[in-house]
Design a protein around this ligand. Structure first.
Ligand code: G1P
Ligand code: ZN
Length: 543
């Protein structure tokens, strides 16, 4: 075995986005590409000499090969130890928990989240810090700066790596510990939720369908839902992780989890449906013929989390990303709880959680989580819902109807325009930015603009400022349209348009969201000239 130092030159475009670096798999597989970025991470965090790292991924194509390279590079860079999920698997929340539980110095998570996997699809790599959360903006900038000046990487040649057998081994001077990816996480869930109450629900004939979407949560869901909570075998569908997620798109929303939606809309639908994404941090919640939007889910969980043992003392506060609907704010205000609005991306919740300013966080993109880890957590959200269903004895639709009656309903939808020409998308945002000052007072169709700005965030904990976080246009009567470009796409630009309308009239709480939002949708198109500029008839994905 010998440490090799390989000369290299910077590779264009290794700029980490909303959650790490995400590219086509073929890009990551180019000679030296993964190595360059991995070395930039190690250098960017100040070196890894004598450090302990957690390493694991969502099992997508190239996961195991990439882990081998990362371990060889960690050994060559002087790491003391790597803790690795068996088979190279670790869900994002389980990795976050492992970093925290083992007091590791950080972790590398291999995933492109909900993006498809395979040789022609997507791959990704992100660094999480010692608090278990995504790298902060400051650390991300340091990593990016290193990618632009890197001139060499270090890698250990020779020696075997066996990812499949639990236990300790050596790679050069570095220790490798292969761990059960599920055990620690399952134990943590048992401390937060009333497993007896949930098991009682299943014993009483409650039926559930969990779609693991051929992704990483399969093993976690089989263990927790079927083995520990006694849900009947078959409750978990698509529960074996596959390198290309069964050819699907592991994104838990009504579009990509259509099979589950169909099950939940059938005559003999189960009581509860849920799904999680590629790396297990997103969730979809659906009752019998009742889809719960992620923004509404966050609001309901904020209202009722104290029914679960882990949150019985109440919540310190709740945070949501800016494009997420204000439904959670309404709960927080009613309960006298602090609430925060952060830029898109889980990294912005970390400081608030670390400083105990909030207990629950969520994003409209199907991410919900709490202070138990520093990532969003798909199965956690499912278990909190199950706990609430068990304690209240109500159905999902009964809970949502009661919620809207109490707090009003924030009708909500996100329209995505995918693979838009980058210059077209950039111009659309830039022109909107230019016109922000002229918009207030302007009439657009039946609506009147009441305010417009570009979101910037002052972190109340570390004082840092993040600008350019999305254009917000408010309308009289409680409507809002938000425009931003995705930071996770791998194909041109994705324009996201977030649409919201508050409704409090008791007889108007049962509309189809697209109907309730029709005025805002039309106004958004008029103001941003979406159809004219992109040449599209409508969005590619509506959630
Ligand atoms: C998307 C979501 C965002 C989420 C991120 C990582 O980012 O919109 O809420 O945090 O994926 O899962 P975007 O592509 O919009 O930058
Ligand atoms: Zn994810």
């Amino acid at each position: 075995m010998s440490v090799q130092t390989i000369q290299t030159t910077p590779i264009d475009g290794q700029k980490p986005g909303t959650s790490g670096l995400r590219k086509k798999t073929a890009v990551f597989m180019q000679p030296g590409y993964l190595e360059n970025y991995t070395q930039a991470i190690f250098d960017g965090i100040g070196g890894i000499s004598s450090k302990t790292l957690v390493v694991g991924g969502d099992g997508r194509y190239f996961n195991d090969v990439a882990i081998g390279t990362i371990l060889r590079m960690a050994a060559a860079n002087g790491a003391a130890k790597c803790i690795v999920g068996q088979g190279g698997l670790l869900s994002t929340p389980a990795a976050s928990h492992l970093i925290r539980k083992r007091k590791a110095d950080g972790g590398l998570i291999l995933s492109a989240s909900h993006n498809p996997g395979g040789p022609d699809a997507d791959f990704g790599l992100k660094y999480n810090g010692p608090n278990g959360g995504p790298a902060t903006e400051g650390v991300t900038e340091k990593i990016f700066a290193r990618t632009m000046e890197i001139d060499a990487y270090h890698i250990l040649e020779g020696g075997d790596i066996d990812l499949d057998t639990q236990g300790d081994s050596q790679l050069g001077d570095m220790q490798i510990e292969i761990v059960d990816p599920v055990a620690d996480y399952a134990e943590l869930m048992g401390t937060l939720f009333d497993f007896d109450a949930i098991a009682g629900l299943f014993r009483g004939g409650f039926r559930m369908c969990f779609d693991a979407m051929h992704a990483v949560t399969g093993p976690y869901a089989h263990e927790i839902l079927e083995r520990r909570l006694g849900a009947p075998a078959g409750t978990v569908m698509n529960g074996t992780p596959s390198p290309d997620f069964g050819g699907g798109h592991p994104d838990p929303n009504p579009v990509w989890a259509k099979v589950l939606m169909d099950v939940m809309c059938a005559k003999d639908a189960p009581d509860f449906g849920a799904a999680s994404d590629g790396d297990g941090d997103r969730n979809m919640i659906v009752g019998r013929r009742c889809y719960v939007s992620p923004s509404d889910s966050l609001a309901l969980l904020a209202d009722k989390a104290d029914l679960a043992p882990g949150y019985a003392a109440g919540l310190a506060g709740v945070a949501r990303s800016m494009p997420t609907s204000a439904a959670a704010d309404r709960v927080a205000e009613a309960k006298g709880m602090a609430h925060f609005e952060t830029p898109t991306g889980w990294k912005f919740f970390g400081n608030l959680l670390d400083a105990d300013k909030v207990t629950l966080c969520g994003e409209e993109s199907a991410g919900t989580g709490s202070n138990h880890v520093r990532e969003k957590d798909g199965l956690w959200a499912v278990l909190l819902w199950l706990n609430i269903l068990a304690v209240t004895g109500k159905s999902v639709s009964e809970l949502m109807e009661a919620h809207w009656t109490t707090y009003g309903r924030n009708y909500y939808s996100r329209h995505d325009y995918e693979a838009v020409d980058s210059p077209v998308a950039n111009d659309l945002i830039a022109d909107l930015r230019e016109r922000l000052g002229e918009l207030p007072g302007q009439k657009v169709g039946v609506l009147t603009v009441s305010g417009a700005d570009e979101f910037a965030y002052d972190d109340p904990v570390d004082g840092s400022t993040s600008t350019g976080q999305g254009i917000r246009i408010y309308f009289e009567g409680g409507g809002r349209a938000v425009f931003r470009l995705s930071g996770t796409g791998t194909d041109g630009a994705t324009l996201r348009v977030y649409l919201e309308q508050l409704e409090t009239a008791p007889d108007a709480l049962d509309q189809d969201p697209q109907d309730a939002l029709a005025g805002i949708i039309a106004a958004a198109d008029t103001l941003a000239e979406i159809k004219a500029r992109t040449g599209r008839d409508g969005p590619d994905v509506i959630t």
